[in-house]
Structure formats: C-alpha cells, structure tokens
Design a protein. Structure first.
Length: 502
C-alpha cells in the first residue's frame, strides 16, 4: 500500500489509520504531490492553505475503485483539529472500501480512557462522551466502556500523591516463546546460563534504585515483578530478588506488591512459599484460554488441568488476591470456546480478570506473511468474545477499572482489566494513566519519570536484552543518576506534601 502525504506532518497518524483496516499491509509512505499511481492500493492525504482557511482531503484507490472526500476548515483551526478532520475523512473512506468499522473510531492511541478523562475535565462528561461518539467516531458501546472505566478509576487515582511512585522489576525469561509474543523475553532453553548472573546484577540495580528513591524521600506505593515469566526463577532466586526490594526500599507505605506467576506450569509450592514470604499481596496466574487445543497451537506448554491445579495451590498457600489473564481472538478459538473459558475461570472466582485482545506484532511467529487483507475477517469473533466477557464478568460483580490498546490488535479492540470491588490493581491504574513515576529495573525495563507539578515526563531506558544488560551493566547503572537530576528541580516542594499511610 502506498500512502501519499501532501503538505502535512501527520505520517504516523495516517499510517496507523491505514493499519486499522489493513493490518498486514506493508505501507510505503511518500511525501509530496500526487503522482502516477501503480497497481497496488493507494491512499492520498493532503492539506492545503487557502485564503478562506485550510482544506484537508483524502483519496483512496483500492481494488480499482476510487473514492475521495475533502473539507475546508476555518482559519486558525490548529494542528490537532486538522489531523482529526483528516483522520475522519480517511476513516470513512477506508470503512466504505473494506466493510469494516473499527469500534474505537479514529483513535489509535494506547490510552483512550485518559483522553476521555481530560475531555471530561475540560467540557463535562456528557459533552466528552458526545465528542467521542460524533467527532472521533467511537462506537456507543466503547464510549460507555471508557466512561465506566474512568469512573471506577477515580477513587484509585485519588490515592496518588506528588511524592508517590511505583516500582517495576522485569524478569525477561520464559519457559518457551509463545507464538503470538513479540516481547523482549528469552526462552530459558537458550538462556538458562545467563539467569544466575542476571539475578545477581538485578539485585544490585534494585538496591541502587531504592537508595536513590530514599535519598529523594519518595514513597513507594506499589511494586510489580513481571516479565516474561518471573516464576522461571528458582525459589531461591525469587527470594533474592524480593529480598533486594526490602533491602533497597521502604515498603511501609506500599499498598500493593504483585508478582506475575504467569504460566501455570511454573507454579510450584516452593515458588509460592518464596513469593508469599517475600511480601507479595497479589499474584497473577495466566491461562490465556482453557482450551487445550488452542494452547497447543499457540505454543503454551501447560494444560487446563495445570491451570486449575496452580490456582488451587495458590489458594492453599494463602493468596487471596489473584488475577487471571485471558486472550480473545487466539487462533483456533471460537466464541463458544471462549464462553467455556469464561465460565471455567469465573467458577474459580479470582479477584480480578484481565481480558486481552490478540495483538500480532511483526516479530511474533503467528504473524502471517504480509498481505493486504481487511481486518473484518477476524474482527467479528473477537468482538463477540469481548461482548460475552463484558456480560459474564459484569454479571458476577466485576467492573472494568483499567483499559489500554495496542497496535495491530484484532478488530482494533482493547485490553480491559476487570475486578471485584476493592480488588483493583493500583499499579495497573497508575502506569496506564501516567500520573506518577515508575522506577524500573531489569533488561528491557523503562523508567518513566513524572513531574507531579506539570505534564513533563522523561524516560530512562535499560538495555533491551539480557546479554546487553549483563555486558553493559555499569553503563546502564550510570543512567540512574538522571532520576536525581529530574527530581532536583522540585524535590524541595515534595517536603511539604502531607504523608499518607496505609
């Protein structure tokens, strides 16, 4: 697919829109005037200054058929409005050509709930919802979901204080690589020799990060050990990592400490004992599906029986706050099979359930050969699965409390965290709404520094792969000084912040 950009800087936004409808297309973006078009699909987007205002236009030629649309905006509309109106024009043309109408309209960003909240603060909730539906083309059901999620977050967000932060610790190893996965995680079959040294260095990074946080008088509010699959570590290694957290940080005000147990086949009594002794208050056991054939197709080596056993074992070991992850749209799954998975998970009564939509990144093994193919073929089943999840979870007293989206999601849908009252994950809300600093440790981890007195954010990237993390550890550790530099400009203002316990 050729994307022509004429007179405007909205390349990223227009590419994202094209991928909503043709996710497998290889897009070649070119700047300049319209040119003689080749045989493949072509999308033209243009912006031109006129005496009476600004004209935005879009034209598509797909399967030999051509459609176009344009609109003149009043002078002074601004870049944001120009981009939105161009997006709406192109969305409508592509929807007509493909027969697909993505439920989130022209929104391609990760955080629609955050956007809706900002609009509601500026215009009121009713006007914000209208803008979502009519100006951004978001469906009524997705607008309602975003509203529900935002309302459920309010009490959680109110717990934030300028001196609060969250901690993320990454364990980038898995028993095997899932067919849909493109995350920076390595199969232990190939990288097992790296793990002991990785854990030792990680513990050092955790302690150093804690030393910096203490020096700045920052208050740890939530901690999350994720991956990868943290439970590929031995019980002794898990104890070492969690011990480093206690050594480095003051956990007296920590409201939540999550360990992602992840794959059911890695959950053992010894590891659960180590996690519980390490102070975890919440764990996640992630079956993805309770269909064994689907598990086999995606490369997960556990079974439904192992999921049930792992959950029962966690309850036996005293864990009373357990999340379970599911994925809608997995290959070989169906709405009927997904409903059986929902019923099986709800019979276990976990405190929270996170329903993801399959997202196939280019690096994932499941990604099919690049071809120009509308999304509509897969969208219907995934939409049905999410609708069924909404009904089933709502019927059992769960409410949506955080939501995010990713690129190349089946049906341009979403991932939603559902929880029973009082069981919402503080960490998930804080990181998704970007309202506080997240200090991150481990390979592939990214610290996000948030100025509590403005919208300013800064990111500090750790090295991506375990071998880089190990080989360039000293260089990476020197970047930690940027945390002190970031807070240096306003650290004195934190001293007067009222302290909150609990």
């Amino acid at each position: 697919m050729t994307l022509i950009l004429d007179g405007h800087p909205f390349r990223y936004e227009m590419e994202c829109l094209c991928r909503l409808f043709y996710p497998r297309a290889k897009i070649e973006s070119v700047c300049g005037e319209p040119r003689e078009e080749g045989g493949g699909p072509t999308v033209y987007t243009g912006l031109k200054k006129l005496p009476e205002g600004v004209r935005v236009s879009a034209r598509i030629r797909i399967n030999g058929a051509e459609e176009q649309a344009s609109e003149v905006l009043a002078p002074g509309a601004g870049r944001e409005e120009e981009e939105r109106r161009m997006s709406v024009l192109l969305w409508r043309l592509l929807a007509g050509a493909s027969g697909c109408r993505p439920k989130w309209g022209v929104l391609t960003g990760v955080r629609p709930v955050k956007l809706l909240g900002r609009l509601a603060a500026e215009r009121g909730e009713r006007e914000a919802a209208r803008f979502f539906r009519e100006e951004l083309l978001v469906s009524p059901e997705k607008t309602a979901l975003a509203l529900r999620t935002g309302r459920n977050q309010k009490e959680i967000l109110a717990r934030n204080r300028p001196d609060c932060f969250s901690l993320y610790i990454g364990i980038p190893f898995c028993p095997s690589r899932c067919a849909y996965c493109s995350f920076v995680s390595s199969s232990v079959e190939k990288t097992a020799p790296l793990i002991p040294r990785y854990v030792r260095l990680l513990c050092g990074e955790i302690r150093r990060t804690g030393e910096i946080a203490r020096g700045l008088h920052l208050r740890l509010q939530s901690a999350y050990i994720g991956g990868g699959t943290p439970t590929v570590l031995s019980a002794e290694q898990l104890s070492a990592v969690m011990g480093a957290v206690w050594d480095g940080f003051d956990l007296s005000g920590c409201r939540e400490f999550t360990v992602e147990a992840g794959r059911p086949d890695t959950v053992t009594p010894e590891r659960l004992d180590a996690i519980r002794a390490g102070g975890a208050t919440r764990i996640s056991i992630n079956p993805q599906t309770l269909n064994d054939e689907v598990l086999r197709r995606i490369g997960r080596r556990h079974t439904t029986a192992q999921t049930l056993s792992a959950f029962a074992l966690a309850r036996k070991h005293g864990f009373c706050n357990i999340n379970m992850d599911l994925i809608a749209g997995l290959p070989g799954d169906s709405p009927a099979s997904f409903r059986r998975t929902l019923a099986g998970v709800l019979a276990l009564a976990p405190e929270s359930v996170t329903v993801h939509t399959l997202s196939l990144k280019r690096a994932a093994r499941l990604s099919q050969q690049e071809e120009e193919h509308p999304l509509a073929a897969d969208a219907g089943a995934a939409e049905t699965m999410l609708s069924d999840a909404d009904r089933a979870l709502s019927g059992k007293g769960y409410s949506p409390y955080y939501l995010y989206r990713q690129s190349r999601m089946v049906g341009n849908l979403e991932n939603t965290g559902w929880a029973l009252p009082g069981r919402e994950s503080l960490y998930n809300v804080m990181i998704m709404e970007e309202c506080q600093t997240v200090l991150a440790c481990g390979a592939g981890a990214v610290s996000k520094l948030k100025d509590p007195f403005s919208d300013r954010m800064e990111r500090i990237f750790n090295f991506k792969y375990p071998y880089e993390y190990i080989g360039r550890y000293g260089e990476m550790m020197s970047r930690k000084d940027r945390v002190k530099e970031f807070y240096g400009g306003f650290a004195d203002r934190l001293c007067g912040v009222p302290q909150q316990r609990g």
